[in-house]
Design a protein around this ligand. Structure first.
Ligand code: SF4
Length: 352
């Protein structure tokens, strides 16, 4: 059992095991890989967009967004020229909105530095804003067929279990070592399928939540975690800090059939999106006459918002806010899903 990632070198026994995994894994993938929209036509642009959308997000949630995004922004050039609000509106509900902004920045850089053509070299891909080692590996291998691993959570889990490797997978040294091991066994001519097969095994068989489906695994005969009965301990990650809880008051202010919203600052959480006026509970008094409309909880990566809403009708529109028709909340303004409950109350016309 291996303990310290910093001191571990890739071993030839590990490499031999991964090498033996290539053929059965590819065979399994060809028979069992899911049919997904971005697999139909894996151009570099399609791979880039889909891989960014899939970060921290379930496949089923991504599918409709992927189709809609490509119909609005079908090329690198159209993404580079995207209207910011239309871009965020298209991303609305997918979360982690900096991904959308970074895609646009990346597209602009690809137009400027590479004449609109997404580079195939991983080093050049890494020079594009918003593209990190994972996305660079995915584009280089899936779209361009290069022997470049794309190390995401699925791949870390599969490799650490196959090798019964107890190094902390959040450490860069562990990712580098796994990447070196995989690079050495990439099958010439099948790099695209190999990257996808590793991800697919992690998503569908060597699953993250609950017990892995070892009986269905094409690598069971090779897997050290299966032999040692250690799969449920792997991969090793540091303990997560508990999320901070913020109690927030949300104001649904109406005036002459319109509702008040605000644009959030261009940096920080939910940057550039629109929201109902809200504050930390205790940071402001609830206006006299405001009626409680219930509450909602939204969980971000590091913080939970526990929100209570109040509605109120004002005699005059306060110029501190943007006053919009309820329909425009749906059609025009990007509103993060944290406010979904309150938006649905406004949309249903139950308030005012
Ligand atoms: Fe994962 Fe089980 Fe397959 Fe090992 S045998 S790779 S633990 S699913």
């Amino acid at each position: 059992m291996k303990q310290k990632a910093e001191t571990i070198q890739p071993s030839s026994a590990d490499e031999a095991l991964l090498s033996d995994a290539v053929t059965p894994l590819l065979y399994w993938y060809r028979a069992n890989g899911r049919k997904l929209p971005w697999r139909d036509d894996p151009t570099p642009y399609h791979v880039w967009i889909s891989e960014v959308m899939l970060q921290q997000t379930r496949v089923e949630a991504v599918k409709p967004y992927y189709e809609r995004f490509l119909s609005r922004f079908p090329t690198v050039a159209s993404l580079a020229a995207a209207d910011d609000e239309l871009l965020l509106k298209t991303w609305e509900g997918l979360g982690y909105y900096s991904r959308a902004r970074n895609l646009k920045k990346g597209a602009a850089a690809i137009m400027e530095r590479f004449g609109g053509e997404i580079p195939s070299d991983p080093g050049e891909l890494l020079r594009v804003p918003g593209i990190g080692p994972y996305t660079a590996g995915a584009v280089a291998s899936i779209a361009y067929g290069k022997p470049c691993p794309a190390i995401d959570g699925n791949v870390l889990r599969v490799v650490s279990r196959l090798l019964d490797d107890h190094a902390d997978v959040s450490l860069p040294a562990t990712k580098t070592r796994f990447s070196e091991l995989l690079s050495a066994v990439y099958p010439a001519g099948d790099c695209s399928a190999f990257t996808q097969s590793l991800m697919e095994l992690g998503a569908c068989v060597c699953v993250p939540n609950g017990a892995p489906l070892c009986r269905e695994c094409p690598l069971r005969h090779l897997c050290r975690a299966e032999k040692e009965n250690t799969a449920d301990m792997l991969p090793v990650r540091p303990e997560k800090k508990p999320r901070r809880i913020e109690n927030r008051t949300v104001l649904l202010l109406f005036c002459r059939g319109k509702v008040a919203i605000l644009k959030r600052p261009q940096t920080g959480l939910l940057a550039g999106l629109y929201e109902f006026p809200n504050m930390l509970s205790g940071d402001g008094t609830i206006p006299t006459g405001a009626a409680c409309v219930g509450g909602a909880v939204h969980i971000f990566t590091h913080v939970e918002w526990h929100m209570t809403g109040y509605r109120m009708t004002l005699p005059e529109p306060d110029p501190a806010y943007l006053w919009v028709e309820p329909d425009e909340l749906e059609q025009t303004y990007p509103i993060p899903s944290a406010f979904r409950y309150f938006r649905s109350l406004v949309m249903k016309g139950r308030l005012q």
